[in-house]
Design a protein around this ligand. Structure first.
Ligand code: PLP
Length: 395
């Protein structure tokens, strides 16, 4: 063989010894052993891989692990798909399950990107969205009477950044009774803290970018269900829309997930201690954290979550300028527009995630000018408390 051909030739490597850690299959396609073999794989008579948009061993292993965690206390098989982001998980799921003329029933305080997707993109394609207070069964009943085309209920609990919870069991029991599909965004909780399928949901999605990865170095999403026909429908859409995850992001996610339970325990412990500390701080007006007994959602959170998680928000006794100054003074915590990383992150909703929402509407939905959202990390709690004390002390 000429040296030019030798350079180009695909590599031979040991396929017989099982690697202890999940290998990263950075390969767009897979070789066919024979033309007959190819037909069997294409027609699904035989297991195998063809092309990474359809399936890839690294991606599938990670997707299945999340599906297994989400169905751990169900007597059912879980099906999971990884997507290129949390947003692509949401859009792929809705495009897979809904058609022109159908409507999604959802809440007003959804993740900002999800609201925009529904209003700006899906609306244009003929999929309507109706936002009500999903904590009020009267409003839910009224919505279905007025919009018989509602085909999916889409919810998020706890919500961002007020940490309000919805009773997933109650709302999904209602939707099931009406023949409406239900989907829950489980990003804030991960399957360690809350399992929406067990609570009655048909689907859940994740932005794995957040807690599941935990290290802030990969963007991906997941769609999970325990209904086989729906899983097939999702996969058919996913492979054609092309919202497939990148194997490298899946591999980074696999690494992050190994320590999920340890991280979530520590996130929850630290958040509880920081919430309690801020609660009695003279410069803090209020704290939103499900673990605090006087939080509006304390009862629901205690019932449906195993711990209260790492997200909280608090309102300083001051205006926008003071909130910005507090954030700028923080040294241990970093100002960054993500959440769920191992280190503590803060965000000022009024000037970032909720900047485009008119002030009166924003304040009416509980997002005050002085609100600061905290994704509490796994640092030593004393360092965090000292940091917030010095930042608040200087405003
Ligand atoms: C970040 C986030 C998303 C979107 O996920 P991406 O990975 O950024 O696309 C959706 N829902 C929630 C609750 C999020 O926090």
């Amino acid at each position: 063989m000429d040296i030019q051909s030798l350079c180009v030739k695909s590599y031979e490597f040991d396929k017989t010894t099982q690697p202890h850690q999940l290998p990263l299959y950075m390969s767009s396609s897979f070789e066919m052993e024979s033309t007959d073999d190819a037909i069997d794989i294409f027609t699904k008579k035989k297991e195998g891989h063809v092309y990474s948009r359809y399936g890839n061993p690294t991606i599938e292993a990670v997707a299945q692990r999340i599906a297994d965690m989400e169905t751990i206390d169900l007597d059912a098989q879980g099906y999971g798909y990884l997507t290129s982001s949390g947003m692509s998980a949401i859009s792929t799921l809705i495009i897979a399950m809904l058609s022109k003329g159908d409507a999604v029933l959802t809440q007003r305080d959804l993740y900002g990107g999800s609201t925009e997707l529904l209003r700006k993109v899906l609306q244009r394609l003929g999929i309507e969205s109706i936002a009500v207070d999903l904590g009020d069964m009267g409003q839910i009943e009224q919505a279905i009477t007025e919009h018989p085309n509602i085909k999916m209920l889409y919810m998020e609990s706890p919500s961002n950044p007020t940490m309000n919870c919805l009773d997933i069991k109650k709302v999904t029991a209602w939707s099931r009774g009406k023949g409406i599909l239900s989907a829950v965004d489980n990003t804030f909780c991960t399957p360690y803290l809350q399992r929406p399928l067990t609570l009655g949901a048909d689907f859940l999605i994740h932005s794995t970018t957040k807690y599941l990865n935990g290290h802030g170095n990969s963007i991906a999403g997941a769609i999970i269900t325990h209904h086989e026909p729906y899983a097939k429908q999702v996969w058919e859409t996913l492979k054609l829309v092309g919202s497939t995850c990148n194997p490298f992001d899946a591999w980074l996610l696999a690494n992050g997930m190994r320590t999920l339970t340890l991280r979530m325990d520590r996130h929850s412990q630290n958040a509880m201690q920081l919430a309690q500390h801020l609660y009695q701080h003279p410069k803090v007006q209020s704290v939103n954290y499900g673990g605090l007994v006087d939080h509006i959602s304390h009862d629901i959170a205690s019932r449906q979550m195993h711990q209260y998680g790492g997200m909280l928000s608090f309102v300083i006794d001051g205006d926008i300028e003071m909130a910005k100054k507090c954030i700028d003074r923080l040294e241990v915590a970093t100002h960054a527009p993500t959440l769920g990383d191992v280190d503590t992150l803060v965000l000022h909703p009024a000037t970032s995630s909720h900047l485009n929402i008119p002030a009166e509407m924003r304040i009416a939905s509980g997002i005050a000018d002085g609100m600061i959202r905290v994704s509490v990390g796994i640092e030593a709690i004393d360092d965090l408390i000292r940091d917030f004390d010095q930042a608040l002390g200087g405003i």
